[in-house]
Write a protein that binds this ligand. Structure first.
Ligand code: F6R
Length: 614
């Protein structure tokens, strides 16, 4: 949600900042802006509604000198995505410029207070108050970092803030609470960004900020304090992926590249987690005894990550016989769930920033549950606040719609299921190793699916004009159906719903009409044969009412052939692991339909990659 970049060094700040914003555009893309210090006491700001390209046009070809700058891509919360509401926001005298990610919850009284003191606020945003508060403090003699610390103490809510002041050339000040900010350390240049992708082209050395900290960067480095001004140490780390991972590599969209990367994402997530015949959960800071004592598991997550949680439930319950509840993180804490020391909460979040999931984690920990995070972002807030973390190793996912991280989340959930089964003794060591071996063969099977998706692309073009698509599944096919429908909604803006196939007759069957495409995720005839027969009957029910059936079935499933208008075959896969193959054609279908309808696959409207507001 909102991308933030800051730079101080010897390069042209505008080009570094714009390049960083291009890499962060996935975080928000309804407007963009920059602020530059020219080094001679001047502050230039430019901002524009719409994608980054609009801002670049506005800036034109004129050279903008200066080696200090900040930039922002916005996902609107307060105020429509207009030029006036785009960041940066400045003070009354245009000396301070501020960009912000998050929500300042007490901006209304602060704004009233500032207006009463004669300030003129020109936007509808919550952010602008910060510029005016900084104006007052710096006018009274405070240095920008001190002013920032004082202002932060007055703010409620979640924020990453960056500020520059015309009187402080060569300095960018940042602050964070509940929203990400990292420092990039170069040779004679320093970067700030909401995500390392913004500066990976320049340096792989980074520093993670803690909660409630203020950072001051110059070209020589950084200083870090808490909001009270006490110096603190940041955690320095080396980014373990390179620029190529953040580039399209010849693909028209990041999403298509990321779909292709799924075998590697699963393989990398599994790597090293079986040693000496035992499952090793490396960032596991939870005592095995705690896992032995667990009597209930909650999975909390949002969107696609929630779907991976639904899949986790089948595996964890089957392997451990411990009951698993899966809950949308945004609902979790508000219904007062029953949690105690014997509850394990698995929080799944690729970004590790999702505010709903973070709040669920906090609630669970307050209630003394043990929290284990599954996350793709090193050092993000959710893993930091959890008792333990299992990292998925996907590299950056830039397409807004989650694909490879979904596959890796499912994989990590299986590892947790096996780890729990091992700790509790519900599976023998050789059984755990045998399940791991099956998992280790999945990258190859996913790769096979990827070589056979060409007909899916053709089908996508055929059905791109439909007004709706339904998705049906049973057992593990049900969460896959939900995921297929979500992908289509977010990318192609079509009405799409996922249902349990058996539930159809209880209402949704009324939606079936002549020619309506219905995607059915067929269970394997070998896993639970009884389900196979039942879904075959469900297909007949919808065909009888005119549906155009698109069936995803296991190779060699001859029984389903006569009832499929379009048959998409996937390799035979162990039942519990089947979502890793059946999801792939649905991702491709959604991306191709979106392309056929002329939409930007990587940046669907109204969405942002990381959702840092509740
Ligand atoms: C869908 C999608 C979202 C995210 C959800 C949770 O394609 O990307 O539904 O899955 O916003 O995000 P994380 O995993 O970052 O918590």
């Amino acid at each position: 949600m909102c991308g933030i970049v800051g730079y101080v060094g010897s390069q042209n700040a505008l080009s570094v900042v714009l390049d960083g914003l291009r890499r962060l555009e996935y975080r928000g893309y309804d407007s963009a802006g920059v602020a530059l210090l020219d080094g001679a006491g001047g502050l230039l700001t430019q901002r524009k509604a719409g994608p980054l390209g609009n801002l670049e046009k506005e800036l034109g070809d004129a050279p903008h000198e200066g080696n200090t700058g900040i930039g922002h891509t916005r996902w609107a919360t307060h105020g429509a995505p207009t030029d006036r509401n785009a960041h940066p926001h400045t003070d009354c005298h245009h000396r301070v410029a501020v960009i912000h990610n998050g929500i300042i919850e007490n901006f209304v009284p602060l704004r009233a207070e500032l207006e009463a003191r004669g300030h003129e606020l020109t936007s509808e945003t919550d952010t602008e108050v910060v510029a005016h508060l900084l104006e007052e403090l710096t006018r009274d003699g405070a240095a920008l970092p001190d002013a920032m610390r004082t202002v932060c103490q007055r703010l409620d809510g979640a924020f990453t803030l960056l500020a520059v002041h015309a009187d402080a050339p060569g300095v960018v000040v940042g602050a964070r609470r509940n929203s990400p900010l990292v420092v990039g350390l170069g040779e004679g240049e320093t970067f700030l960004a909401s995500d390392v992708a913004a500066f990976i082209a320049h340096t792989r050395d980074a520093v993670e900020l803690g909660q409630d900290q203020v950072v001051t960067v110059t070209r020589d480095g950084y200083t870090l304090t808490d909001f009270a001004g006490t110096e603190v140490a940041g955690r320095q780390f080396r980014i373990d992926w390179d620029l190529a991972a953040a580039e399209k590599g010849g693909h028209p969209y990041f999403m298509l590249k990321e779909i292709e990367e799924q075998p590697a994402a699963v393989e990398d997530t599994l790597r090293g987690h079986l040693a000496g015949g035992r499952i090793v959960l490396d960032e596991e800071r939870v005592d095995e005894q705690v896992l032995r004592d667990v009597d209930k598991v909650f999975v909390v997550a949002c969107g696609t990550a929630y779907h991976s949680g639904l899949i986790a439930k089948y595996a964890i319950e089957h392997w451990t016989r411990v009951p698993v509840e899966v809950e949308m993180a945004s609902e979790f804490r508000y219904r007062d769930p029953v949690l105690d020391r014997a509850t394990l909460v698995v929080a799944i979040s690729q970004s590790g920033e999702t505010a709903d999931t973070l709040q669920a984690v906090r609630h669970a920990r307050e209630q003394k549950a043990t929290v284990l995070a599954i996350c793709n972002t090193n050092g993000a807030q959710i893993p930091r606040e959890s008792d333990a973390v299992l990292y998925t190793r996907c590299g950056p996912e830039i397409g807004v719609a989650a694909t490879k991280t979904f596959m890796a989340q499912i994989t990590a959930s299986y590892l947790i299921g096996l780890g729990l089964a091992q700790a509790r003794g519900t599976k023998y060591e050789d059984e755990v190793a045998a399940e791991f071996d099956k998992l280790a063969r999945m990258p190859e099977l996913i790769g096979q699916v990827l070589t056979t998706v060409e007909p899916v692309r053709e089908l996508a073009r055929e059905i791109a004009g439909s007004k709706a698509v339904l998705f049906l599944g049973r057992h593990l096919g049900y969460p896959v159906a939900l995921e297929g429908a979500l992908k289509l909604k977010e990318l192609a803006y079509m009405h799409a719903e996922g249902f349990p196939a058996g539930e159809l007759k209880h209402g949704p069957i009324a939606l079936i009409e002549d020619g309506l495409p219905v995607v059915v995720v067929m269970p394997s005839p070998h896993g639970r044969p009884v389900l196979h027969g039942k879904v075959l009957s469900n297909i007949q029910e919808i065909r009888a009412r005119g549906a155009r059936t698109i069936v995803i079935a296991e190779e060699g499933d001859a029984d389903v052939r006569p009832y499929a208008n379009h048959l998409i075959e996937v390799p035979r896969t162990p039942t519990l692991l089947s979502p890793l193959v059946t999801t792939v054609p649905l991702q491709v279908l959604a991306a191709e339909i979106a392309q056929a309808r002329g939409y930007d696959v990587d940046k669907p409207r109204n969405l942002a990659k990381s959702v840092t507001v509740e």
